[in-house]
Design a protein around this ligand. Structure first.
Ligand code: NAD
Ligand code: MG
Length: 391
């Protein structure tokens, strides 16, 4: 029986994870569930899955949750310390890292440093702290399994020796597929007017708001490019983005002998989640089998970097390295939150990030302090630009 901590249990990935776990009560037990603001939703999950611990944002939320749980034997913790405690506890076998944004870095790193099996959905944590994070995986003997569907696909298509280098494994390129988001066919001139609701209406995936906006701007693919470089020790030039609107091929590995291995499936996150939970075994995920006859055809396009500026900025940050990805990520989080709150337009997202990257000096990302300081400073600069109406 494996004990699982689900960080970000009330989110989209959290829900899919608990759906897979519920299908296998003989294999998995929920050790801890965490949430930020949706206390009622977390209470429902606790009553259903009966975790030993639940973690919320602060003491007031903890008291509310405790009251909702009544006599249930579940200890309620709060804050970052609580998150780190449940992700590193000795009883825990695997941690699903599904908090959105930089807030997930500390508990995810705590799981890595405790040598856990870490199922990584929280791409922002790796984007911010890449070298440090991957060193910790090595040093503490953690098992890192990608949940992002593209990276999970690449992981499945690579040989087990990939950590010794892509070149010795005979890999030429990683082909990262992208749906192109809801604005793939929207002309650039119309993007200035799009609303948060339009940006969040993803054609193939149902996801949290932040990643939905990232998909609409294609920053999601930019973050994923950086994520792929760290996970698979690839250079940015070895990762090519391919727009594939059907989201059926989740990514591909191109080998030097001309073989191209892909992983296909219906667009449902329960597939990569079940894959990582059971790896190296396979379990039922509840996802319907792929029907190739219904698909009829698959399309592929080159991304339009003039329209999706965020993707270009992310590639540049990946090449620059150091704290550049942390700055990019922090500025994006501020800009997306501003867009969702109605404080700025969709096209301003890329402008805020670009200005922040221009203004802030990139330094070495050799300690957690230097990364957190870069993140803090980038948020300050991005907030300044967010407040400029003429941007
Ligand atoms: P979501 O918004 O649906 O859920 C986010 C979860 O994080 C919630 O449980 C929320 O309570 C928690 N949270 C938010 N802010 C927090 C904070 N400050 N402190 C502690 N907890 C906090 O997001 P999601 O779509 O489930 O995405 C989660 C992560 O997985 C993101 O990093 C996203 O990029 C990644 N991801 C998501 C999908 C998807 O299909 N949804 C696919 C690939 C990767
Ligand atoms: Mg993805």
């Amino acid at each position: 029986m494996q004990q699982i901590t689900v960080l970000g249990a009330t989110g989209s990935i959290g829900a899919s994870t608990l759906d897979v776990i519920a299908r296998h009560p003989d294999r998995y037990q929920v050790f801890a569930l965490t949430a930020h603001s949706r206390i009622d939703a977390l209470a429902q999950l606790c009553l259903r899955f009966k975790p030993r611990f639940a973690v919320v944002a602060d003491a007031a939320a903890a008291a509310r949750l405790q009251a909702l749980l009544g006599p249930l034997d579940c200890e309620v913790l709060h804050g970052e310390d609580g998150l780190c405690q449940v992700s590193s506890a000795a009883e825990v076998d695997a941690v699903m890292a599904a908090i959105v944004g930089a807030a997930g870095l500390a508990p995810t790193l705590a799981a890595v440093r405790a040598g856990k099996k870490v199922l990584l959905a929280n791409k922002e944590a790796l984007v911010m702290s890449g070298a440090l994070f991957m060193q910790a995986v090595q040093e503490y003997g953690a098992t890192l399994l990608p949940i992002d569907s593209e990276h999970n696909a690449i992981f499945q298509a690579l040989p087990h020796t990939y950590r010794e280098g892509l070149k010795p494994a005979g890999v030429r390129r990683l082909l990262l597929t992208a749906s192109g988001g809801p604005f793939r066919e929207t002309p650039l001139c119309e993007l200035a007017q799009v609303t948060p609701a339009q940006a969040c209406a993803h054609p193939n995936w149902s996801m949290g708001q932040k990643i939905s906006v990232d998909s609409a701007s294609m920053m999601n693919k930019g973050l994923e490019l950086i994520e792929a470089c760290w996970l698979f020790a690839a250079k940015p030039a070895q990762v090519e983005v391919v727009v594939h609107p059907q989201s059926v091929i989740h990514s591909l590995v191109d080998y030097i002998d001309g073989s191209v291995l892909a992983q296909l499936g219906n667009p449902d996150m329960r597939t990569p989640i079940a894959h990582a939970l059971a790896w190296p075994e396979r379990i039922d995920s509840g996802v319907a089998p792929l029907n190739l006859f219904e698909l009829a055809h698959l399309d592929f396009f080159e991304p339009d970097l003039d329209k999706f500026v965020c993707l270009r900025l992310a590639r540049e940050a990946a090449e620059q390295c150091g704290t550049a990805p942390a700055i990019l990520n922090a500025a994006n989080e501020v800009a997306v939150a501003g867009f969702l709150a109605g404080d700025t337009g969709f096209l301003q997202i890329a402008r805020i990030i670009e200005r922040t990257l221009q203004q802030q000096a990139v330094t070495a990302a050799d300690s957690l302090d230097s990364i957190l300081e870069a993140d803090r400073r980038a948020r300050e600069i991005a907030k300044h630009w967010l407040a400029q109406e003429s941007l």
